[in-house]
Write a protein that binds this ligand. Structure first.
Ligand code: APR
Ligand code: ZN
Length: 375
């Protein structure tokens, strides 16, 4: 077989933070050793894409191709790759798993030291980009960059999945939905009969609700400032909905009165550091556990009175629901295929790549759950 050559294809490119994406012809390099090139089939827009694109913190990393929640098919493989073959169906993973570093072998962590969260817009292996426009480098996002018809990822940043799984739905398991399930089943590992409070009922929060219901939580309280989330919440297992803007007292007080002193578990799924402290205040003394899933939009520091911790509460962080992507994702896909988890109802819109700015607007306006982009 002749070695793979450069592919020219369409991609939605961000030329600056907050600037509408522009459909461009981009050149996609062949995969280097241990990398694979994918034909992206579907990619859903995640809140973190929007958060990062809105942020003015990294103006030098443009032009840039966002997108990290995707399904695709292996188009070509780089030297040394034995795990994948051309034609394999895959999900991309934004925190890779090298399967040999201290964290990967620990059994306790998904914070791979080699292929962990990529923040500089460059490939892990050589700190360069695989995209260009007329020779000008185009930066990556989270080592995935799926708003392009083709992309190159490290073979540790993709996972082979069943070819029978519908690509336009299981892409949600590549990030948001899986993060919610994992926070409940893996990070908090909640017990049956417990009381749970969820701050923010987007795709992530609704996935937390669904997972809590599956585990047999007795009460699932959903908190959101958008009343449209009331009905959606119910469909995913929320037993009581509260809009903090319609409460006469602070939301943590409302929750404490409702739960005889605080919930067993609280989950921050907004991406607001203020809500982390509220979530901590809303859970029970002695054993209350707060898990954070959100990625803050503005102020990254959290503040909480130390008495909250003195009273025996725990604050636990998580990324991707604690899942080890390569080891754990295929079984989540199988759960989906056995209809044990509902991902379909988390999709509110389907649209082609050239309408991607619409998806960004819908998310900023709080008018969608997941928009699935079909390439
Ligand atoms: N109080 C309660 N709910 C709020 C508040 C608030 N102050 N501010 C926003 N919300 C609600 C929104 O109305 C929305 O329903 O939080 C929800 C957030 O949902 P999405 O924007 O759809 O985000 P989602 O994809 O679910 O991600 C949630 O997890 O992965 C991270 O980056 C992601 O920080 C984000 C978080
Ligand atoms: Zn590793």
């Amino acid at each position: 077989m002749s070695p793979p050559s450069v592919i020219t294809c369409r991609a939605a490119v961000a030329w600056g933070p907050g600037e509408p994406l522009v459909m461009e012809q981009v050149e996609v390099d062949p995969p280097l050793p241990m990398e694979i090139r994918l034909r992206v089939v579907c990619t859903s827009l995640c809140r973190s894409d929007v958060t990062q694109w809105e942020s003015k913190a990294q103006p030098s990393l443009y032009p840039r191709i966002f997108g990290h929640e995707a399904s695709g098919i292996v188009e070509s493989i780089g030297e040394g790759v034995t795990e994948f073959e051309v034609g394999d169906h895959v999900l991309t993973i934004f925190i890779g798993e090298c399967q040999s570093c201290k964290h990967c072998v620990s059994g306790k962590s998904n914070m791979c030291q080699v292929l962990g969260l990529e923040r500089k817009g460059l490939m892990h292996s050589d700190q360069k980009t695989r995209f260009s426009i007329k020779g000008r480098p185009v930066y990556h996002y989270c080592a995935v960059s799926s708003f392009s018809e083709y992309t190159v990822v490290h073979s540790g940043c993709a996972v082979k999945i069943s070819p029978t799984a519908p690509m336009d739905r299981i892409c949600l398991l590549s990030c948001g939905a899986a993060a919610g399930f994992g926070a409940v089943w893996k990070v908090a590992d909640i017990s049956k009969g417990s009381t749970v409070v969820i701050f923010g009922l987007g795709t992530v929060g609704l996935s937390v609700a669904q997972a809590a219901k599956v585990r047999g939580a007795a009460h699932i309280i959903g908190v959101d400032i958008n009343n449209d989330k009331h009905e959606k919440g119910k469909a995913f297992g929320v037993t009581k909905f509260i809009n903090p803007d319609e409460c006469d007292e602070p939301i943590q007080q409302v929750i404490k009165s409702m739960t005889d002193g605080g919930a067993d578990y609280s989950f921050e799924c907004i991406g607001d550091t203020g809500a982390v402290s509220t979530a901590l205040q809303s859970c029970s003394d002695g054993w209350g556990l707060t898990v954070t899933l959100g990625v803050p939009k503005v102020k990254p520091e959290i503040s909480a009175h130390y008495a909250l911790l003195l009273s025996g509460k725990t604050l636990k962080g998580s990324l991707f629901g604690g899942w080890k992507p390569k080891s754990d994702l295929p079984s989540l896909v199988d759960k989906y295929l056995r209809k044990e988890i509902n991902v379909d109802d988390l999709v509110s819109h389907d649209m082609p790549l050239d309408r991607i700015n619409e998806a960004f607007n819908l998310m900023r306006e709080g008018k969608c759950l997941r928009c699935v982009i079909h390439m």
